[in-house]
Design a protein around this ligand. Sequence first.
Ligand code: DGP
Length: 123
Amino acid sequence: MNAPAPDQTRDENCLFCKIVAGEIPAQIVHTSDHSVAFRDVNPQAPTHVLVVPKGHYPNAGAIAQQAPSMAADLITTARDVAAQEGLDNGYRLVFNTGEDAGQTVFHVHLHLLGGRPLEWPPG
Ligand code: DGP
């Protein structure tokens, strides 16, 4: 149901491409034309949602360069999910990029965290 449009890329070995395509289950909380938002399997806050593009891009820099409107859609979708989740007191958006940042899934995903006070700096 969320299959990428023909002009969108897909990596056959990618976990998040399979979630987007509905081939692996996830708790989807919101979809837009270009993005899918689902709950993180290992939540770090009362609300922890991942917003991913329907097409495959390995990281934030790649999607910003190759499809800037889809990069913007990740952020507006995260804003809409934050409103839907009632995060009126604030929330955090994070793109982990590369090994040192702890990126483990190489399909860009925007972490939306909220529902408790969040410390800074992160670990
Ligand atoms: P990162 O470390 O930034 O690459 O974040 C990857 C996140 O993906 C991590 O917080 C856990 C989450 N995750 C990994 N596998 C799955 C899965 O199969 N389903 C869901 N919903 N989340 C997953």
